[in-house]
Write a protein that binds this ligand. Sequence first.
Ligand SMILES: C[S@@+](CC[C@H](N)C(=O)[O-])C[C@H]1O[C@@H](n2cnc3c(N)ncnc32)[C@H](O)[C@@H]1O
Length: 468
Amino acid sequence: MDIRTLRQKHGIKLKDLANMLEISSHELSKYERGLVCPPNSLFSSLSDIFRVDVFELRNAHELLIQNAIPGEGYTTAKSSHQEIFYSRSATQSSSLKVMDLFCGTGGFSYGFEQTQGFEVVLGLDLLSDRAKTFSLNHPTANVIVDDIRYVSYEKLTSVADKPDVIIGGPPCQGFSSIRPFRTLTEKDSRNNLYESYALVVNYYKPKWFVLENVVGLLTHEGGKTLNAILQLFEQTGYTVSWKILNAAFYGLPQRRERLIIIGNRHAKSFQWPKPTHYFNGRSMAGNICGQKVSNLPLFGVELQPAITIMEAIHDLPEIRSGEFATEYRKDIEITSYENSMRSKKNQLTLHEATKHSPKMLNIIRNAGHNRHALPMGLTTSGFSSSYSRLEPDMPSVTLTVNFVHPASNKCIHPYQDRALTPREGARLQGFDDDYVFIGSRAQVVKQIGNAVPPILGKIIAQALLEQI
Ligand SMILES: C[S@@+](CC[C@H](N)C(=O)[O-])C[C@H]1O[C@@H](n2cnc3c(N)ncnc32)[C@H](O)[C@@H]1O
C-alpha cells in the first residue's frame, strides 16, 4: 500500500501525519502524490508508524511514481491536451539546431541561443502555459504540448528538422526502474521519462545530447539508477560523461547544483567548461557512489567572487507584503549583473510581493538563517530551511517552485519582511527582465523555479561549439 492509502486506512489526517514526520503538509502531500521520492529516513519513519515492511512501502511508492502523470499539477490522469504553437521566424542555415524535450519555460534553450551558434527548432512540454512562454521567447521553435511518452515521432518530424543537439531534463518521477535499451519500444506505456527521452535520442541520433537533472539522481538507489541511465545511452551508441555543475561558479547569484550528462555519437568525450567564479561555502557534492565528485574549481587564480543576492536585486524598489512596483530604483548605482538583467524597454514587471497572513508576517519579522532561529512556539513543523531569511552577501540557496511562500523553503528577502517576488526569483535564475512569462502568477512562479538557469545552457553550449 502507498503512503496515502495507509494513512487513510489508519484514519490519520494529512496534517497529523506530517507533524509526526516533522515535515510540512505540503511536502507530505508531494510524497503522497508520487511527485518526489521520499528520503530513506522517511520510509523508515513511516514503516515504524504503520508497522509495515520498509521494502513493501518503497515498492508501492515506486509503482505510484510510475503511474503518475507528471507535470505541474502532477495530475493523476493522462493529459488529453495537445496543441502546437508554430514558429514565427525562420532559422539560419549556418546555425546548429536544438530540440528541447521537457522544454518548460525555456531557460536551458535560452542559454544555448545566447551563444548565437544554436537555434531551437522544437520544444516539447506537457503543460500549455510552459509551452506558451517557451514559444514567445524562442521564435524559431515550433512548440508541441504533449506527453513525451505518447507523442508520435511522425508529429515531431512533421514540425522540426533533424536536430544537432537534443537537450532536456526529465523530471525525477523517472527515477523508478530503468530497463535495458533493447527491451524498450516507442509506444510502450510503461516507458518512464528517461526511457522516452532516450528513445527520441535514438530515433534522431543527434551528434550530442545534454541531459540535466537534480543532484539527488547521484545517490538514488546507491548510484544504480544513474548507472542504468548511463548504460541506456551507451547502448544506443553514445559516449557519455557526467558532472555536477554549480551555477554560482559560472556567474549566477544562486548556488544551484545540477547533474549534467552529456553524450556524443562519435566517441568524443566532452571537455567541461571551467568555472569563472568562486565562493566559500558548503556543497552537496562529495564522495558519492565510489567516485570523487568535485564541484569546486581547482584553485583557479583568475576566478571572480560569486555574485551575491543583493548584487542581483538591489536595484528593485523596496516593497511590503502585498505591494508591487513598476519602476526601477533611480537612487543607486547599479551593479554590472543588474545592468545585464535590466529591461531594454526600461519596464519593471513581476515585482509583486505575496500578501502574507498576519501570522506569517510575525514569523517573517522574526526569521533568521534557519527555522531554529525563530523564537520557540512560532512554528510547529517544517524543514530546517523553511521560514528563513536569505543571506545578502552570498549567492542564494537553490530556488524552489515555492519561492514566494516561506513555509517550505528559504525565500525571505535579506532585509525586507516578505518572500521574494517573481522578478527577484527570475533575476536569481538569470532570466533578464525582458524574458516574457505567460500564465497566472502561480504558474509563472513555478516556471521560474523549475527552470534551468540560462547561464548553464550557455556555458555548455559554448563548450559544445568549441568541440563541434
Ligand atoms: C524541470 S522542468 C524543465 C525546465 C526547462 N528545461 C527550463 O529550462 O525552463 C521539467 C518540465 O517537464 C515537463 N514534463 C513533465 N512530464 C512530462 C511529460 N510526460 N512529457 C512532456 N513534458 C513533461 C514539465 O511540465 C516541466 O515543464
